[in-house]
Design a protein. Sequence first.
Length: 258
Amino acid sequence: MTAGALDAAGIAGDPASPVHRLDARAKLLGLAGLTLIAATSPAAAWPLLACCAALLAAVARAARVPAGLLWRRARVVLPLVLLAAASLPFLRHGGARYALGPLTASEAGLEAFGTAAAKAAIGTLSALLLAATTSVPAALDGLRRLHAPPLLIAIAGVTWRYAFVLAGEIGRMRCALAARGHRPRHLLQAAATGKLATALFLRAHARAERVHVAMAARGWSGVPLAPGAAALRRTDVAFVAALAGAPLLIRVLLEVHP
């Protein structure tokens, strides 16, 4: 995979859209702030959650990210979160009670489940929009400019780069197995998969050693290079203010007038 293709991996929508052209720091602050405000909101704060959802929908529309693509990516995570929260209607007590077959759900439990589902959807959509409009190198550079721990940024950057190397190694090993007639059909053939995992670990360790020596020979100190930081533009500040300021205002109003 070329460097350009690697940097563009995961990008969706229109790369020339206003959202894609925003500074990575603005998108990190805006989407993270919106998610944090939604996640810490009280139960059944529906106006606040609806505002967050509307803002994310506006961002997706401005970035021209298809709803179908967001759904295909979200369904990898959301079902697991909803399954974990599925017991809330039956464990929480309060309010009216509803019979659902042999089980009984409470009004407070259904409210808690709805709130958890809405918060999970908002958090997932925020992360997906960030990934769809910001390349990983740009996001890591934005985190560095926001003074995140340099070691964590370096680990994340190396992990991102070499995840594709390992994927390619797995593909080559599977092709080699298939060329030798390996067609796993039952558990008795799981030994070959175990040997594949062992060989992959050994190859990954050997390659990591070679890469470390090569990077050390080129002066790599473990800390990313720090080019001069550019100031945020007015559009970046407006984006952060819209995504984090509007939900924060609604939350303050809900606290004052519950």
